[in-house]
Design a protein around this ligand. Structure first.
Ligand SMILES: [Zn+2]
Ligand SMILES: [Zn+2]
Length: 147
């Protein structure tokens, strides 16, 4: 797992390993993510579904599904104890999982590939204009900038 990573929730009840390099790092300013994050955009590692291994010792995870813009379900997975947003599953693309960057043991070396839903970003939110910008959703599979 040369480019994989590990992470956990705030309280440590949920731990995971991602065994492959993420497909992309996406920042999402959609209204749903603003609720789910408590105000900021979501910072998301897009990873192949099978590369995400949730540790067997992990305690309970709570799921919440809602309808996205696409009309398809997005399921958000939280630690049942501390409420840290951990993962997302997209009905529109079951081959991927989204992992919240804030749960990574070391997120300091990341570079954002794309910023999505800039149309619903708050006026005070920072948008990194050196990344690929999308007014709404990006289309999966997503071509990573610079390979
Ligand atoms: Zn927790
Ligand atoms: Zn979003």
């Amino acid at each position: 797992m040369a480019q994989g990573f590990k992470g956990r929730c705030f309280c440590g009840d949920v731990k995971y390993t991602v065994t492959e390099e993420p497909i992309a790092f996406v920042v999402c300013h959609c209204t749903d993510c603003q609720y789910a994050s408590g105000g900021g955009p979501a910072h998301i590692q897009v990873v192949p579904k099978d590369s995400l291994k949730i540790d067997d010792a992990s305690k309970r995870i709570t799921d919440y599904s809602s309808k996205a813009d696409s009309g398809r379900l997005v399921t958000r997975h939280f630690c049942s104890r501390c409420g840290t947003p951990m993962f997302e599953t997209l009905e529109v693309d079951p081959s991927i999982r989204l992992v919240k960057s804030g749960t990574m043991d070391d997120a300091s070396k990341l570079k954002v590939d794309a910023t999505v839903y800039t149309a619903s970003a708050q006026p005070w939110a920072h948008i990194d204009r050196t990344t690929q910008l999308f007014e709404r959703d990006l289309v999966f599979p997503f071509e990573r900038k610079g390979g």
